[in-house]
Design a protein around this ligand. Structure first.
Ligand SMILES: Nc1nc2c(ncn2[C@@H]2O[C@H](COP(=O)(O)OP(=O)(O)OP(=O)(O)O)[C@@H](O)[C@H]2O)c(=O)[nH]1
Ligand SMILES: [Mg+2]
Length: 1099
C-alpha cells in the first residue's frame, strides 16, 4: 500500500487541467480519459455517463461540477495528473486553484454554443498562470444530429470558433486590456467574413489544427481526433507525405483529383454551399466521411449496417459482434466510432506531445509563480539569506527532484473530507484520527498541493509561508511563518486517496496535517529562506452577501465553529462580522451560496439557520451633465456656490464644492486599486483577494506610476472627446481644465485608494481677514507624476508675523484632519451611508486665530484643546462634504451584472417578461446561426438578480439559461427626492402627495431600514389622506341603503381596488356611525355581501 509516488522521471509527468464554460463537457471528457488510463477505476462502457469526478451528491444532483479535483492517470510510461474544474461562474475560484497547479490546459468549446463568457475567463486564467493550452472542440455530434449542418457549414462554424479563440489569445498577447465582458462584446460583434480574412497572421495563432493542438471531439460518444489521424489515413491513399497533408487538412486548401495536386484557393463569402470541387480538404476528407458514417449508421436497417461494416473493415477494427448486433443504431455507431477514433488516445497523445513537463514549464512559469524580488537597498540585508533564497528559487526553476534539493510546494486550496473517507494508515486503529485541528469535527482538512522542488516525505517538518512573508525581514515576520508536520501524503484519484510515503517535484498531492496552519493557500518550504509564491488571481470578488444566524440562539457556538470550518474548506467564501454584529457570508453567486448554506447546515455547523435576504452594496454620486462640463468645471473652482459649515468652536470655516469625475476616470481608479495602491504607496487589505486584471500586462520593470498616469490621461481624453465630437476647441479646453485639476490631487478616498478625489484648495482664494487656509499638498499628483502647479509658492508663511506663523503651523497640522474628514465622508454618503463614487471635492478650511493666546496656561489649554479641535474639523469637513453631495442632485449607483442568456426562439416572450420585471437593459439579441437558439446580452441590476435564474427557468420550463458576471457600476438616473416642481410635472403628478417613491428612493429606504437609519415614512400619512379623499368621493356615489344585506354600491370603483381593504373598513365604520350597525354580527355578514355584490372588493 505504501509506496513512493512513482519513480517517474520529470519528463514523463504532465500536470493538466480541463477548463471550459459551464456544460461544455469537461467532466464527460474526463470520464473517458479515466476509463482509458485510470487503472480500471471506470469501465469504458460507463464513461461519459458516470461523471466520475463529480463525486459530491450536490454535483450529481445538479449535474454541474462545483470544485476542482485531481486524478492521476497513466498513459504509456507517462504519468498525467488531470484536474477537472467547474465551468460555472460561481466556482471560478476553483479554476484559479486548478490552473496554479497545472502546466497545461485542455480548453473545451462546445461546437454548437461556441465561445462564451466563461471561455474568455478561463483563457485569461490560462494566460495569467502561463499554462500551455490545447483546444478541444467538443460536441461535434450535435452539428450533425441536432443542427443538421452540412459538412461545409460545419467547417465554417469550426473555423470561426478556432479564429475566435485565437483572437482572444492574441488580444492578451498584444497586452490589450479588456475585461471579460468588454472582450465578449467586442468579439461577438465581429462579422464572419472579417474573421476569414484575418488568415494573414496565421503564423501567430495559438491554436492550429496543423500544429496538432486542436482536437475535434464528441465526449458523449467517446470519439475524437486531431487532423494528424486523417493525415496518416490518407497519406498512402493520396500518395502524399503525412507532413504535407497535415498542412493541407485545415484551411483553404483544395485537392484536385485530376492533377492530384493540392492548391490553395480562396473560398468566397461564407465558404459553404458546394462550390463543386472547391471544397476545402478538411471538408472533403475529414468531415464528409464522418458525416456519412453518422448519418448512415443512425438510419439503422441494412443501409446502416452496410456503412458500419465498411468502416470496421477499412480500419480493421475489432468490435465484439455482440455490440454490432445491438438493436439501437446509436449504440452500434458509438461502439464503432469510439474504436475508430478513440477519444482518450487522441487527447492524451496531444497532452504528451504539446504540453510541457514540469521541468520545462517551471523554467518559464517561475517569473509568475515566484516573481524575482529586486533588493534595492542592501543595507542591513543578510547576504547569506539572500543567496539561500536565490538557491531555492533556482531549484524551483529547474524542478530539482534530488533528495537533497530544497523542498518547495504550493498549496492552492484546502478541502474538507469526512474522516471516515480517509484510507487507514498501516498500524493505525480506528480512533487514532483526531490529529491537530480535527478534534472539533469529523471533517479532516487536506491541502491540495503541487511540489515544485525536492522530495516531500510523510512526517517531514516544513515551514508554512503566507503570501506576505519576506525572508529578508525575518524578525517582523513571525505571523507569516509557521512550522508544521506533514502527517500523510496522498495521491488523489478523484474521491479516492492513495497513501504514499514520499512524493517528488512535479507531482500533485493531497497533504494531511496542515489544517491548523493554512487557511486557504500557502507556500511550503523546507527552508525559511524562501520567497512565498505569488497569491492566486481570482476572477471576481465574492459579491453576494447574506447575514446568517442560528434559528435557536443557543446554537451560536455551533454556527461560529461551522463558519470557521466553511471558511477554511472553501477557497472563495468570505466570513466577516458586520458593523452591526451580524455574521456575514459572502459568496460568488446564488448556486455557490446555496451550497455553502447546505454545507453549513449538514456538515460544518449541523444546526438549523436563518439566512437574511441578500445584502446589496450601493454607491452614491451626483448627477453630472456632459453638455455643461466646461461651465461646471469653471464654476467648480471659482464660484461662490459652496456648502459652508463652521466648527462648533467657531474657529474653522469649511467650504466644500463637489463635481462629478469623468466616468472613465472613475473606472480607472475603481478598477485598479492594487496599481493605485502600489503607486501611492498603500497596500490595500484586499490585495490578496481581488484580481487586478490589468497587472499581468504590466511587465515587472515597467514604471507603475507611468502606466497609471497614462491610463488616467487616456481616460480623460477619451471621455472628453466622446462628449464633444463636434466642438474640438471646447473639448480641448475641457481637457486642459481636467488636467489642471489632476495636478492638485491631495488624497483619494475612501480608504486612501477609492474612486473619489480630494483636491487642494486654490491658494489665491480669499478668506475673511486673518484667517488662514489649510492648504494641503498634492501628494498623490506628485506620486503619479503630474507636475504640480508652479504657482504653488510657499512664500506666504515666511513673510508673516509670529502670531500668524503659529496659525500657519496649526493649519499644517490640521491637514490630516481635513483628509480624514474627506475619507469618512466618502466612506459613507448622505443617501444611505454607502461609499461615494466618482466625485471630486474641493475643501477649503479656513482657521481663524484664537482670541486670547498670551497666557501660558492658555497655550497649554490650546494644545489640550488641539486634539478636540482636530476632531471638530474632521466632523465638520465630513458633514460639509455630505451636505455638498445632497445639494448637487445626489444619485444612487447600483452594481450591474452582465447577463448572457441562451434561449430557444419560442421562449423569447417569457424571457423578456422576466427581464422586464427585473429592470434589465437588453444590449443585443442575436440568432445563433444555424440553430434555433437566441443569444441575448443584457445588464441586470444586482439588486434584482436574486432568484433571476430560477424565475427564468420556471418561466421558460427550463429551456433558457443565464449566466451573470459582475460588470460595472451605474447611476440610477432618477432623483430619489423627486417632488413635482415645474408646471408640467405638477400637471402630471399633482402636488406630489400621490407620487409613489421611485426605485431609487425605495432602494435607499431598504438600505436605511436595514442599517437602522431613520427613514422618512411620509408614505403612510399620505396614504391615509388619500383614502380619506377617496372616501369622500366614494360617499358621493354610494347609496348606503339601510339594510346591510342589500347594500348596494354603484360607484365606479375601477382603479380603487388598491385601497379596497381600507375603504371597506371605512364603509363599515361609516355604517356604524350612522347607526346602521344594528349589531356587529350583521355588519360582519354584510362584509360578505360587499364581496358578493362587487367582485372587485376582495379582502
Ligand atoms: N451531444 C453531446 N453532449 C455532450 C457531449 N459532451 C458532453 N455532453 C453533455 O453535456 C452535458 C454537460 O456535460 P458535463 O461533462 O457535465 O459538462 P461540464 O463541462 O463538466 O460542466 P460543469 O462542470 O458544470 O461546468 C451532459 O449532459 C453531457 O452528457 C458531446 O460530445 N455531445
Ligand atoms: Mg464538470
Amino acid at each position: 500500500m505504501e509506496e513512493s509516488s512513482e519513480g517517474t522521471e520529470t519528463s514523463k509527468i504532465r500536470n493538466i487541467c480541463i477548463l471550459a464554460h459551464v456544460d461544455h463537457g469537461k467532466t464527460t471528457l474526463a470520464d473517458h480519459l479515466i476509463a482509458a488510463a485510470g487503472g480500471a477505476l471506470l469501465h469504458p462502457k460507463l464513461a461519459g455517463r458516470v461523471r466520475f469526478m463529480d463525486y459530491l451528491d450536490e454535483e450529481q444532483r445538479r449535474a454541474i461540477t462545483m470544485k476542482s479535483s485531481s486524478i492521476c492517470l497513466r498513459y504509456g510510461d507517462h504519468s498525467i495528473n488531470l484536474i477537472d474544474s467547474p465551468g460555472h461562474m460561481d466556482f471560478c475560484s476553483e479554476v484559479s486553484t486548478a490552473a496554479r497547479l497545472s502546466d497545461g490546459a485542455l480548453l473545451l468549446v462546445d461546437a454548437v454554443e461556441g465561445v462564451h463568457i466563461q471561455t474568455h475567463a478561463v483563457l485569461r486564467q490560462c494566460w495569467i498562470e502561463r499554462l500551455s493550452p490545447c483546444l478541444v472542440l467538443n460536441k461535434i455530434d450535435r452539428l450533425i444530429t441536432e443542427l443538421k449542418l452540412t459538412p461545409s457549414e460545419a467547417y465554417v462554424r469550426l473555423l470561426r470558433i478556432v479564429q475566435e479563440v485565437n483572437g482572444i489569445v492574441s488580444a492578451f498577447r498584444s497586452e490589450k486590456y479588456l475585461s471579460d465582458v468588454d472582450s465578449l462584446l467586442a468579439t461577438s460583434g465581429m462579422n464572419p467574413n472579417e474573421i476569414e480574412n484575418e488568415e494573414a497572421d496565421d503564423e501567430a495563432d495559438e491554436f492550429q489544427p496543423q500544429k496538432g493542438n486542436v482536437i475535434f471531439a464528441c465526449a458523449l460518444d467517446g470519439w475524437g481526433f486531431g487532423i494528424n489521424k486523417f493525415a496518416e489515413i490518407y497519406a498512402s491513399k493520396l500518395g502524399a507525405s503525412v507532413n504535407a497533408l497535415l498542412k493541407a487538412l485545415w484551411g483553404p486548401w483544395h485537392f484536385n483529383p485530376k492533377t492530384k495536386m493540392i492548391a490553395k484557393k480562396k473560398v468566397g463569402g461564407g465558404g459553404d454551399s458546394g462550390k463543386g470541387n472547391a471544397k476545402p480538404m478538411f471538408v472533403q476528407f475529414v468531415l464528409e466521411p464522418l458525416w456519412q458514417v453518422y448519418e448512415g449508421a443512425l438510419k439503422g436497417g441494412d443501409e446502416g449496417k452496410g456503412v458500419v461494416e465498411k468502416v470496421v473493415r477499412s480500419f480493421n477494427l475489432s468490435v465484439p459482434a455482440r455490440e454490432l448486433q445491438n438493436k439501437d443504431p446509436k449504440a452500434v455507431l458509438q461502439a464503432v466510432i469510439s474504436r475508430w477514433l478513440p477519444l482518450a488516445d487522441a487527447v492524451l497523445s496531444m497532452v504528451v506531445r504539446c504540453m510541457p513537463d514540469p521541468a520545462a514549464a517551471q523554467t518559464y512559469r517561475i517569473s509568475r509563480l515566484m516573481p524575482k524580488v529586486e533588493v534595492v537597498n542592501e543595507v542591513g540585508v543578510d547576504r547569506s539569506v539572500l543567496e539561500e533564497t536565490e538557491r531555492v528559487r533556482k531549484s524551483v526553476e529547474v524542478c530539482d527532484l534530488r533528495e537533497d534539493a530544497p523542498c518547495v510546494a504550493f498549496v492552492s486550496k484546502m478541502f474538507a473530507v469526512p474522516v471516515k473517507m480517509l484510507p487507514p494508515l498501516r498500524g493505525e486503529n480506528g480512533n487514532s484520527y483526531g490529529g491537530e485541528g480535527e478534534s472539533e469535527s469529523d471533517e479532516c482538512f487536506l491541502a491540495f498541493a503541487r511540489i515544485f522542488s525536492g522530495v516531500l516525505h510523510a512526517g517531514q517538518r516544513v515551514f508554512v509561508l503566507s503570501a506576505l512573508y519576506d525572508p529578508l525581514k525575518r524578525e517582523s515576520m513571525q505571523k507569516h511563518v509557521q512550522e508544521a508536520e506533514l502527517q500523510t501524503l496522498y495521491l488523489m484519484m478523484g474521491q479516492g486517496l492513495k497513501v504514499v510515503t514520499s512524493a517528488k517535484a512535479g507531482n500533485v498531492v493531497a497533504i494531511r496535517g496542515l489544517g491548523q496552519h493554512i487557511l486557504k493557500s500557502a507556500t511550503l518550504s523546507s527552508s525559511m529562506n524562501c520567497w512565498p509564491f505569488s497569491s492566486l488571481a481570482f476572477q471576481v470578488a465574492p459579491t453576494l452577501r447574506v447575514a446568517i444566524e442560528p434559528s435557536d440562539p443557543a446554537d451560536v457556538g455551533a454556527l461560529l465553529k461551522g463558519l470557521r470550518l466553511l471558511n477554511r474548506a472553501d477557497p472563495f467564501v468570505e466570513v466577516t462580522v458586520s458593523a452591526r454584529g451580524e455574521h456575514v457570508l459572502s459568496a460568488a453567486g446564488e448556486v455557490h451560496l446555496e451550497r455553502c448554506i447546505k454545507d453549513l447546515k449538514e456538515r460544518f455547523a449541523k444546526v438549523s439557520l436563518e439566512v437574511s435576504p441578500p445584502l446589496v452594496s450601493y454607491k452614491e454620486t451626483i448627477e453630472g451633465e456632459a453638455s455643461k462640463m466646461l461651465e461646471s468645471l469653471k464654476a467648480f473652482t471659482k464660484s461662490t456656490d459652496y456648502v459652508e459649515k463652521t466648527t462648533p468652536n467657531g474657529r474653522c470655516v469649511v467650504r466644500v464644492r463637489v463635481i462629478k469625475l469623468l466616468p472613465s476616470l472613475t473606472k480607472v481608479l475603481d478598477e485598479s486599486p492594487d496599481l493605485v495602491g502600489d503607486v501611492i504607496g498603500i497596500k490595500s487589505a484586499q490585495t490578496i483577494k481581488t484580481l487586478d486584471c490589468q497587472r499581468p500586462n504590466v511587465t515587472e520593470n515597467d514604471n507603475l506610476a507611468e502606466v497609471l498616469r497614462k491610463r488616467i490621461v487616456d481616460a480623460v481624453e477619451s471621455d472628453v472627446l466622446s462628449w464633444n465630437e463636434i466642438d474640438n476647441d471646447h473639448a480641448e479646453r475641457c481637457k486642459l481644465e481636467w488636467l489642471k485639476l489632476l495636478r492638485r490631487i491631495w488624497a483619494l478616498g475612501p480608504r486612501q485608494i477609492g474612486p473619489n478625489i480630494l483636491l487642494t484648495p486654490n491658494i489665491k482664494a480669499e478668506g475673511t481677514d486673518n484667517s488662514v487656509l489649510v492648504r494641503g499638498c498634492s501628494h498623490v499628483s506628485d506620486k503619479l507624476g503630474f507636475v504640480p502647479d508652479s504657482s504653488d509658492g510657499n512664500s506666504v508663511a515666511e513673510t508673516s508675523s509670529n502670531a500668524s506663523q503659529a496659525l500657519y503651523k496649526e493649519a499644517e497640522r490640521l491637514e490630516s484632519s481635513v483628509v480624514s474628514g474627506f475619507e469618512l465622508a466618502t466612506a459613507a454618503g448622505p443617501l444611505c451611508d454607502e461609499p461615494m463614487w466618482g466625485l471630486a471635492f474641493l475643501v477649503e478650511a479656513w482657521i481663524s486665530p484664537l482670541i486670547e493666546q498670551k497666557d501660558e496656561s492658555e497655550t497649554h489649554l490650546q494644545s489640550e484643546q488641539y486634539g478636540i479641535f482636530a476632531g471638530q474639523v474632521i466632523a465638520t469637513v465630513k458633514d460639509a462634504c455630505r451636505a455638498a453631495v445632497l445639494q448637487n442632485k445626489p444619485r444612487l449607483v447600483e452594481a450591474m451584472y452582465f447577463c448572457e442568456l441562451n434561449t430557444p426562439t419560442e421562449c423569447l416572450g417569457p424571457m423578456y417578461a422576466v427581464l422586464n420585471r427585473r429592470r434589465a437593459r437588453v444590449l443585443k439579441e442575436e440568432m445563433q446561426e444555424g440553430s434555433p437558439f437566441f443569444t441575448v446580452h443584457a445588464y441586470v441590476p444586482v439588486s434584482e438578480s436574486f432568484g433571476f435564474a430560477d424565475e427564468l427557468r420556471k418561466g421558460t420550463s427550463g429551456a433558457a439559461s443565464a449566466l451573470l458576471v459582475l460588470s460595472h457600476w451605474e447611476a440610477l438616473p432618477e432623483d430619489p427626492f423627486f417632488v413635482p416642481r415645474t408646471e408640467e410635472e405638477i400637471e402630471e403628478f399633482g402636488d406630489g402627495s400621490s407620487v409613489l417613491p421611485n426605485t431609487a428612493r425605495k432602494l435607499i429606504n431598504t438600505v436605511r431600514r436595514r442599517k437602522g437609519l431613520p427613514v422618512e415614512e411620509k408614505l403612510y400619512c399620505d396614504m391615509e389622506r388619500l383614502i380619506d379623499d377617496q372616501f369622500e368621493q366614494l360617499k358621493a356615489h354610494v347609496d348606503i341603503s339601510l339594510t346591510i344585506y342589500t347594500l348596494n354600491l354603484h360607484a365606479s370603483l375601477d382603479g380603487l381596488t388598491f385601497f379596497r381593504k381600507s375603504i371597506i373598513s371605512l364603509v363599515l365604520k361609516e355604517l356604524k356611525s350612522t347607526g346602521e350597525d344594528n349589531n356587529m354580527e350583521r355588519a360582519q355578514a354584510g362584509k360578505r355581501n360587499i364581496l358578493y355584490y362587487n367582485s372587485c372588493f376582495v379582502i
